[in-house]
Design a protein around this ligand. Structure first.
Ligand code: ADP
Ligand code: MG
Length: 330
């Protein structure tokens, strides 16, 4: 069998002819059992791509293969969507007046009642919602409802789980938990997960593969580590790490001489220390972020950002020595 569970070939979908919309000539493959995160600004084409993969949208050009077989579009079958894929969107599509157990079990046939019960219980255990079994969905928090929606999506021998902005309704503490559970779930069940988000903290670092989308185009396809360390575009560095972007002239004011148009670095690449190549900056602002401070530093009219792990060590109007230890040029 093909090691790639999904292959996307030259996929394009344009909604309007007058302006750029949708996605353009996208190519990538996904390994079985991997978690793939698709990151891009709002409107970059993430949902369009997900709907094409699932077979809900008919592409203008190109195709998607699932285990080497073309995924049928909505015009090619009675019920749109691939039987072995499930999509969980922000509205969860649960029956809110029914019990958790019944919502999940409703996905399974009644031909083998014992198996139906066993599978439902097993999936509730995977998602840590066994104790919510007899509660109605309407009585649950957003995060709990999300777990029910995922359990419901996975219970019927699903091979691919598609998550569209999965964490948008969940507060940050629950986010961490859900992220860890998704990672474990992929390992335990072997399901392949494709999740899209505009927020890189949503699973950037749990993914095996990261795709960066901008204006409907695939900018980069690599591991999260490689993408973060070596972004192929300024857009990527901005969206992933809130990078500092300097013009050539600004960089020169800080002693960086280059022919490139832009100099880009993450705030954590700025080292606050006294070395031969460090330069004097004035601290313009200190933002308290809990276990670290974000400092706004200025030199010769150019402002950069830096992180300081020992919170409170530097104050506004202090002078510090800083060295941009690593930077990228674009
Ligand atoms: P994302 O999920 O990344 O926010 P979408 O895939 O929803 O982006 O949309 C990508 C682009 O296509 C956007 O510019 C959006 O306005 C446009 N678009 C999406 N759906 C439609 C539609 N049904 N009709 C026209 N334009 C659309
Ligand atoms: Mg979307």
């Amino acid at each position: 069998m093909n090691e790639h569970i999904i292959t996307v070939n030259n996929l394009s979908k344009q909604y309007q002819q007058t302006q750029v919309s949708g996605i353009q000539q996208i190519n990538f493959s996904i390994n079985r059992g991997d978690i793939v995160a698709i990151i891009g600004e709002s409107g970059s084409g993430k949902s369009t791509l997900l709907k094409c993969i699932y077979g809900l949208l008919k592409p203008d050009d190109g195709e998607i293969q699932f285990n080497g077989i073309k995924v049928k579009g909505p015009d090619e079958q009675l019920i749109p969507g691939h039987p072995e894929m499930k999509m969980v969107t922000q509205d969860f599509s649960l029956n809110i007046y029914a019990k958790v157990y019944d919502n999940i079990a409703s996905m399974l046939s009644n031909t083998d009642i014992a198996a139906k019960q066993a599978k439902t219980m097993e999936m509730m255990e995977h998602l840590h919602i066994t104790k919510l079994k007899d509660k109605k969905v309407i009585e649950l928090s957003g995060g709990e409802q999300q777990r029910v929606a995922i359990a419901k999506a996975l219970v019927s021998d699903t091979k691919i789980l598609l998550l569209d902005e999965p964490f948008s309704q969940v507060d940050s503490l629950l986010k961490n938990e859900l992220r860890a559970d998704i990672k474990r779930l992929a390992r335990e069940t072997g399901v392949t997960i494709i999740m899209v988000s505009h927020d890189p903290t949503d699973g950037l670092f749990l993914a095996d593969q990261l795709l960066i989308l901008k204006d409907g185009k695939l900018l980069q396809n690599d591991t999260p580590f490689n993408t973060y360390q070596n972004p192929s575009a300024i857009y990527t560095a901005r969206i992933l790490g809130n990078a500092v972007v300097l013009t050539n002239a600004e960089a020169e004011q800080l002693g960086i001489k280059t022919t490139a148009k832009n100099v880009v670095f993450y705030p954590e690449w700025v080292e606050l220390k006294n070395t031969w190549n460090s330069r004097r900056f004035e601290v313009k602002e200190v933002y308290y972020k809990g276990f670290f401070d974000e400092l706004l530093l200025e030199r010769n009219g150019v402002t950069i950002r830096s992180l300081q792990l020992n919170s409170g060590e530097h104050k506004k109007n202090d002078h510090v020595q800083a060295n941009i230890g690593r930077f990228l040029v674009f």
